[in-house]
Design a protein around this ligand. Structure first.
Ligand SMILES: *Cc1c(COP(=O)(O)O)cnc(C)c1O
Length: 366
């Protein structure tokens, strides 16, 4: 692995002379919502072909200057990550598995023909930002500071090839509960569109995947549902994932199933954490294929008792109802399932520091 320890990078800190007032920040933290409010600082690091990563700065959050020919604006050479900093019960600040985000960021970078960022630099950038903006971490159930690291191609060039200049940026946004309705179980729409095809970019966390999911997601909302679920592109049969969350199915014999990582599914860190936690609980969890037809039949027969979606933003979200061209079906009682709640609690209590971190998942920030 190309970890250049510190890559010779030293962060320059620039003061923000227009810090948000305590009153204005308190008003935001009282009702943060999701993704609409931002902290006072950001990290930027530049990459230039032949020079590598340079000019690491943590400074005031502000607009960035881009040449209108910047490659990201034309060919969508962009990747991102999402992770959270939590305020724990004892007041400590904790990141959850940031090294896993760093590793996935580089996997995405390789697929999008972008340069690797040393994992240590990725984590250090996040830690520095959280330290500086620690006053922005909201407290309370489901609250966190959401961190958004991303990389864009900044070279001004309209030819089609990997760019020779990039910018890595980290911004932070205080977050409350992701689903604003706070609904106990969501209703999802089976899309006719597909999210990812074999050989495509489905396993990379890139903005382009999201751009392509907006119409299907809007369709789901228009039809009165909360989220969209995508089937595989080749057969339009196998359940893959939601627009931004992985899925788990729970059966009446106590076993679980999650779609296997075939290359068209985003390898979620929440998915992986729950896989480990469930197995430690003594549950049998398999990774495999599950079709929409099986899902519908098993929900009707009672063989399938719960379904939930998982991801950093919303952690664990029960699925209550599934609708598509062929009608709709209800999962279990249509409300949150027992095992769903139990696994969510296991994970959240580790993140919150209420349960011991036996996996080394928590990285505390001084
Ligand atoms: C980010 C993401 C997920 C969830 O990944 P986590 O690491 O658990 O946050 C699932 N699906 C898609 C498409 C994603 O972009």
């Amino acid at each position: 692995m190309a970890i250049l320890a510190d890559a010779g990078l030293t962060f320059t800190t620039l003061a923000n002379s227009a810090l948000t007032s305590d009153e204005a920040r308190a008003a935001v933290l009282a009702n943060p919502g999701f993704g609409t409010h931002f902290t006072d600082h950001m990290v930027t690091i530049d990459w230039t072909d032949g020079k590598g990563w340079h000019d690491a700065v943590i400074g005031p959050r502000q607009p960035i200057a881009l040449d209108p020919a910047a490659a990201v604006l034309h060919y969508a050479q962009e990747i991102f990550e999402g992770l959270k900093a939590y305020k724990q019960a004892d007041g400590a600040i904790a990141l959850f598995r940031p090294e896993a985000n760093a590793a996935r960021f580089n996997q995405s970078a390789r697929r999008l023909a972008m340069p690797d960022l040393p994992e240590a630099v990725f984590v250090e950038a996040i830690e520095k930002l959280v330290q500086l903006d620690r006053a922005w971490i909201p407290e309370g159930e489901g609250a966190s500071l959401y961190l958004r690291p991303f990389m864009i191609a900044t070279e001004a060039f309209l030819g089609v090839r990997p760019a020779r200049q990039y910018k890595f940026i980290v911004i932070a946004s205080p977050a409350g509960n992701y689903f604003k309705s706070g609904a106990p179980a969501v209703s999802i729409w089976v899309s006719d569109y597909t999210r990812a095809a074999p050989g495509g970019t489905g396993a990379a966390k890139c903005g382009g995947n999201y751009a392509a999911s907006l119409v299907p997601q809007a369709e789901a909302i228009a039809a009165g549902h909360d989220q969209v679920v995508f089937l595989d592109a080749a057969e339009h049969k196998w359940i893959e994932e939601l627009g931004g969350m992985n899925l788990y199915f729970v059966f009446n014999d106590g076993t679980l199933l999650t779609p296997e990582l075939t290359g068209t599914i985003l390898p979620g860190i929440t998915r992986d954490s729950l896989l480990q936690l469930a197995r430690e609980e003594g549950l049998t969890v398999s990774e495999g294929r599950y079709s929409l037809d099986e899902w519908r039949a098993d929900a009707a027969s009672g063989k399938l008792v719960e379904t939930f979606a998982c991801g950093t933003a919303a952690v664990v979200t029960p699925v209550g109802k599934v609708s598509g061209r062929d009608g709709e079906f209800t999962i279990g009682s249509g409300g949150p399932g027992q095992l769903t709640g139990k696994l969510k609690n296991r994970l959240v209590s580790i993140q919150r520091g209420d349960a011991p971190d036996t996996h080394g998942w928590i990285r505390k920030i001084a």
